[in-house]
Design a protein around this ligand. Sequence first.
Ligand SMILES: [Zn+2]
Length: 182
Amino acid sequence: MAILKVAQLGNPVLRMKAEPVPEDVIASPEAQILIDDMIETMREYSGAGLAAPQVHESVQIIVLETMRNERYPDAPSVPLTVIINPKITAFSEELEEGWEGCLSLTDLWGRVKRARSVTVEGLDRDGAPLKIEAEGFFARALQHEIDHLHGKVFVDRMSDLLSLSFGKEYSRYGQLLEEEEL
Ligand SMILES: [Zn+2]
């Protein structure tokens, strides 16, 4: 396993549409090693999730996991989840605003409105169909990672940039910005 280099905003790979993974490729050592390396990279940098384009592979694979994450200390835990060719098949009408950061936008945080719950369908790492119904932080993380497969990053989803903050200021003033409901 290897810790991969994370592409930073400005790298064109983050703005490309990722290719679906053909079903007969999922079991290949290349795909399985990429998945293992993505998990290791996400854990190394305390990400709540990672999409393959963030490690310079423009293919539709995302991984998510949150357990005592220092970047998201208050987030509920999300079990290790690997989804290949994920699609959001249902969004709640209800939206919820919350803080997001991204390993490709190092040290930037902003408040983003997302659907409160989503249904995501795709394949697991064995190629078996997968359907996840998620709400709250898990739903937010899924929407964030799936956006990466469409060349989008969280700042594109901010209704305005008033809450955009560097990490140090986010930890000092984030609560305040939240109360003001920017
Ligand atoms: Zn991200």
